[in-house]
Design a protein around this ligand. Structure first.
Ligand SMILES: [Zn+2]
Length: 165
């Protein structure tokens, strides 16, 4: 055993207790499915912040109103905080009043959906098509032209304003 193995073991133990704290009991989103960007859970955990990991890899939901992106209205693009894939344009963003960044449509092919029957509700879960990271849910009470409301966790997104925006 090298020195490196020993230190990795210590980090691993620290992470294990962190996941206990976060109540990481739920299955990871898209489990059993192959995504273009895939890596072991441990790797995700080391790359993401605790909040990002909880939402993206453990299907968590951020507190409403907690994301600065809820009030972000500059022109630009929203990327997946997990893998960096472009997901939404600011052109499709609207104020839903829910406290979560909301869009009426994703960029083409950027997200996929699955049925979510947790919390005794039937909802449609939205995840990144490239890495499978959980982003939020989509509801059918959005504005024109789609009538859809992509209710996203801001912590799962990274915003890049257009130059000059
Ligand atoms: Zn992604």
């Amino acid at each position: 055993m090298t020195k490196r193995d020993v230190s990795l073991g210590v980090v691993g133990a620290a992470r294990a207790s962190l996941s206990k704290l976060l109540g990481a009991a739920a299955d990871a989103p898209g489990e059993g499915k192959d995504f273009p960007v895939a890596m072991p859970d441990e790797e995700w955990r080391s790359r993401l912040t605790a909040e990002q990991y909880h939402v993206l890899r453990r299907h968590g939901t951020e507190r409403a109103g907690s994301s600065p992106l809820d009030n972000e209205y500059r022109k630009g693009t929203y990327f997946c905080a997990g893998c960096g894939a472009p997901l939404f344009s600011s052109d499709a963003k609207f104020n839903s009043g829910t406290g979560w960044p909301s869009f009426f449509k994703p960029l083409e092919g950027a997200v996929e959906t699955s049925e979510d029957n947790t919390l005794f509700m039937r909802r449609t879960e939205v995840h990144c098509a490239r890495c499978g990271g959980h982003l939020g849910h989509v509801f059918e009470d959005g504005p024109p032209p789609t009538g859809l409301r992509y209710c996203m966790n801001g912590v799962a997104l990274r915003f890049e304003p257009e130059a000059g925006a």
